[in-house]
Design a protein around this ligand. Structure first.
Ligand code: 3QA
Length: 229
């Protein structure tokens, strides 16, 4: 079983690599991929760089080149649901692309022909995560994650995304990874720890909490691997 673990920024994967053994790096299509072992589990780890295009490229490489059979995403997100506070964990039940818009043709936001508005996370990985949370006494929220090529730092944009997609959290890669995994029939799981509230303070909060929230997410992913061994 080979498991891909992906982040978007170097800060998001750094705490994961600290748990790994036998790390070997490979360069493909201008990015670095790390093959590594965690206990008996073979992993491939990478940060894609920011946004949907880079995320799709990395997920594809991890599946097609490295033959990953499951993909876990670890990182940070902006909160949309006001019950989510900085450092809280949210696992995506489903994800959508909030910036996809061909509504001029009568289609709903987030939809293109032969696609779907929401891509669903793997049920088994979700229930494994819930089991881990319960066992460790960690609060894990579940909800809808909206993805788009924008850092949201504006309350009115945030409200619009909440209204249109019923989203709980916002980031820039999850749905892209989900679409790729869905197409390749690879089970995937997107975990995010909140770094900001996608409002006017988002830039400041993000810089302040990127490292600590990345670690919260990474540690939970490691606990999931522990449960898989
Ligand atoms: C933001 C990162 C991108 O990979 C998406 C963080 C946290 N808060 C968000 C918000 N809106 C959208 N996404 C997020 N990640 C990249 S911009 C900062 C780059 O710093 C999730 C996320 N409010 C680079 C230093 O110059």
């Amino acid at each position: 079983m080979k498991i891909a673990i992906m982040g978007a920024m170097v800060e998001e994967i750094k705490p994961l690599l600290e748990y790994m053994q036998d790390i070997k790096s490979f360069e493909i299509a201008n990015n670095i991929y790390y093959k590594a072992k965690y206990k008996e589990i073979e992993t491939v780890i990478a940060y894609s760089k920011i946004g949907k295009v880079f995320a799709s490229l990395s997920a594809s490489v991890m599946i097609e080149h490295f033959k990953a059979q499951k993909l876990l995403f670890s990182g940070v997100a902006g909160a949309i649901n006001s019950s989510l506070k900085i450092g809280d964990l949210i696992a995506a039940t489903k994800l959508c692309q909030h910036d996809l818009d061909i509504t001029a043709f009568g289609h709903p936001y987030g939809y293109v022909p032969e696609g779907k508005v929401y891509v669903e996370s793997d049920k088994e990985l979700l229930s494994l995560a819930k089991k881990v949370a319960k066992k460790k006494g960690i609060e894990l929220k579940e909800g809808i994650i909206a993805t788009g090529d924008q850092f949201i730092a504006d309350s009115s944009k945030k409200e619009w995304i909440k209204k249109v997609f019923n989203a709980d959290a916002i980031e820039m890669e999850g749905a892209a990874v989900g679409v790729v995994c869905d197409a390749f029939d690879v089970p995937f799981f997107v975990l995010r720890a909140i770094s900001d509230a996608a409002d006017m303070d988002a830039g400041f909060d993000f810089d302040k909490f990127l490292e600590s929230s990345s670690k919260v997410s990474a540690d939970f992913i490691i606990s999931m691997l522990d449960e898989m061994v």
